[in-house]
Design a protein around this ligand. Structure first.
Ligand code: DNO
Length: 355
């Protein structure tokens, strides 16, 4: 595996490349053109500038998170062709810059959903949290407003204010889209882009829906083993793979994470590893990465990744806000650096015990 950290670019991130470079074992970043709009073709010059900036700091780009998918592609409207063409252009330009992993998601309207961005834990740290009760009690249009006071001034991925202004229209757009339609639209998209991925050796890594169930009655399909295996089979190309995100699949306690990892051998192109602490099946918060701080066995998760011969990029995922840091919720430096060190430690121990 290749340990990385997510970095949003110098215009948006409070964490610098120089800081990332000093985290032991982190030699590359996962990044994006954060201001690119879903549906636009990325400019080759912008990709090159991003790459030069990262390389000047002594790091590499291990992959992109995310190249976002335009809603027309997800709902399957006739104008999707234009946006798929643009997506292909972006992939070609990334491939030419020697970038070979792209994370994306196929979630309608909202990307990942949390109902609190700064829940206080007993140790004084703050974390992202979710309760189904809070979602059930709120109108979707109010969702962003309800959490926007706690963003520490950052623009959060999938929750861009321009997008949130149109939530009502977005819901309207998806009103005839059910799980089957969403699967069909995903298949159509993947079939169109796979020849480009094959040509440039680009691993597509779909991010799971977070939480792994329907929110506000919207269809959500990348939620469990059955559905991802269906997705792998429906476009059976090794470049059609997944981002294995423990914190997203893990929201559903019925998902057996190590078993899912083993069943996806060869198709996990990216891993997000973090822990959750469940207070009830519908109330969870994002704990420190350490197993004993949450509800997951992180050793078993890392062991499963080791056992399937996982060699792709991996990153610690959302961290707690600690030591007075002010950053994008989930994306401060300190707790993610602790997470990287811990995951590296687990990996080293597993590796040595297998020799
Ligand atoms: C949240 C992230 C997601 C993820 C996208 C991938 O922190 O894990 O926003 O990047 O869903 O497209």
């Amino acid at each position: 595996m290749e340990m990385t950290l997510r970095w949003y670019g110098s215009k948006y991130d409070t964490v610098t490349l120089e800081q990332i470079r000093q985290i032991p074992g982190v030699k590359s970043v996962i990044t994006t053109l954060y201001d690119a709009k879903a549906g636009d073709a990325w400019e080759a010059d912008d990709i090159r500038a991003l790459k030069s900036e990262v390389e000047a700091a002594g790091l590499k780009i291990a992959g992109i998170e995310s190249v976002n998918i335009h809603d027309a592609i997800k709902v399957g409207s006739p104008d999707r062709e234009k946006y798929i063409e643009n997506y292909i252009t972006t992939l070609e330009r990334l491939g030419k810059e020697d970038i070979h992993m792209v994370c994306y998601n196929f979630m309608p309207v909202f990307d990942w959903t949390r109902t609190e961005l700064a829940r206080k834990r007993p140790d004084g740290s703050t974390v992202l949290a979710y309760t189904q009760e809070a979602v059930d009690a709120i109108e979707p249009e109010k969702m962003f407003e309800s959490i926007s006071g706690d963003t520490n001034g950052s623009v959060m991925p999938g929750w861009e204010p321009e997008r949130m202004e149109h939530v009502k229209e977005l819901f309207e757009l998806y009103k005839d889209v059910d799980d089957e339609k969403l699967f069909a639209n995903l298949k159509y998209f993947l079939e169109r882009i796979m020849p480009t991925c094959d040509k440039y050796d680009i691993n597509m890594a779909i991010h799971p829906d977070d939480p792994a169930w329907s929110v506000f009655g919207l269809p959500r399909i990348i939620i469990n083993k059955e559905n991802i295996l269906r997705m792998m089979k429906m476009v059976d190309d090794p470049h059609n793979g997944v981002t294995f995100c423990s914190g997203s699949y893990g929201t559903n306690r019925e998902n057996d994470l190590p078993d899912m990892i083993r069943s996806l051998k060869g198709r996990i192109h990216f891993a997000h590893v973090r822990n959750l602490k469940f207070n009830s099946p519908t109330d969870f918060e994002e704990a420190a990465h350490l197993s004993s701080d949450g509800s997951f066995d992180m050793y078993e998760i890392m062991k499963a990744l080791y056992d399937i011969g996982f060699e792709g990029p991996i990153r610690p995922d959302h961290g707690r806000m600690i030591w007075g840091e002010k950053a994008m919720p989930g994306y401060g430096l300190y707790d993610r650096a602790l997470g990287a060190a811990y995951l590296n430690g687990l990996w080293e121990a597993i590796e040595k015990s297998r020799r």
